[in-house]
Design a protein around this ligand. Structure first.
Ligand code: SF4
Length: 263
């Protein structure tokens, strides 16, 4: 077969994924992904089309070790490193360490399987999250659900949280001081979940976790190790709603996540 355009369905068929084609197509439809054409080399073996195979050269994992925050910002005076889930959630619900406490409706702690293999970390709560106290609700949450469904996951199988536990007013970008203040809670959540893989969704999450200011488009093409845990970066569902054309890249990222979770 000579090089030719393949539709999304054909690409998935080449991968030999375990979902039936009808179900896969339905999932793609649920994610709002229309069939598109990609130049796909005819000699590619049946493998997940990660960016390494489709768009970029193989890259070595970039290892990031969590660094203590600057000494002038010591957000949590209480040592929370021994906290279990209940204590930690209570501490967050009562937290007033940054100015976001004054504008939040509810803290948004996290949801899902506390022993999940996959931990999804987003940026910050949005309107509906703030109202209900759960991350990734509203339209972005619906898209995330569809994305997870596409790789046979759901909210009960993964653990989902955000870098920030309180919504910034008008969904403005968080200040560094706010993400720094909130970071110990996230660190303790990661410690409790002990995931096999972290998926950072969104620029704020990626920049915070990787201590980087590189464009997200660049970071998602790299393999990261966060405190010894494999980590990948992809687009936030809210961004995908604003820029649906990027859903195809998100789909590639999800397939790589699915493959990594099998290992
Ligand atoms: S965003 Fe984090 S640090 Fe700030 S008040 Fe909320 S829980 Fe506390």
């Amino acid at each position: 077969m000579t090089e030719q355009d393949l539709t999304e369905a054909e690409i998935i068929q080449k991968q030999g994924c375990c979902l039936s084609e009808d179900i896969r197509l339905q999932y793609l439809k649920d994610m709002g992904i229309q069939s598109w054409s990609l130049k796909y080399p005819s000699d590619v073996e049946c493998e997940i089309p990660s960016l390494n195979t489709l768009e970029s050269q193989p890259v070595e994992p970039v290892s990031v070790e969590h660094k203590e925050t600057a000494t002038e910002i010591r957000p949590v005076s209480t040592d929370i490193s021994s906290f279990g889930w209940e204590q930690l959630q209570k501490a967050v619900s009562q937290c007033q360490l940054c100015e976001l406490h004054s504008t939040r409706t509810r803290t948004v702690f996290g949801v899902g399987n506390p022993n999940a293999d996959l931990m999804i970390i987003g940026d910050a709560p949005e309107d509906e999250d703030d109202r209900q106290g759960e991350p990734f609700l509203g339209a972005a949450g619906e898209l995330l659900d569809a994305m997870m469904k596409a790789i046979e996951l759901d909210r009960q199988k993964v653990y989902i949280t955000n870098v920030l536990k309180c919504q910034p007013p008008d969904n403005r970008n968080p200040h560094t001081s706010e993400t720094v203040c909130c970071d110990p809670y996230l660190q303790q959540q990661i410690k409790l979940v002990q995931p096999k893989l972290i998926l950072a969704l969104g620029r704020i999450a990626a920049h915070h976790l990787l201590v980087s200011q590189k464009p997200l488009a660049e970071l998602r093409q790299q393999k990261h190790i966060y405190n010894g845990i494999p980590m990948r970066v992809s687009y936030h569902p809210a961004y995908l709603l604003r820029k649906p054309v990027e859903k195809r890249k998100s789909w590639q990222d999800l397939l790589e996540v699915k493959q990594l979770l099998k290992q």
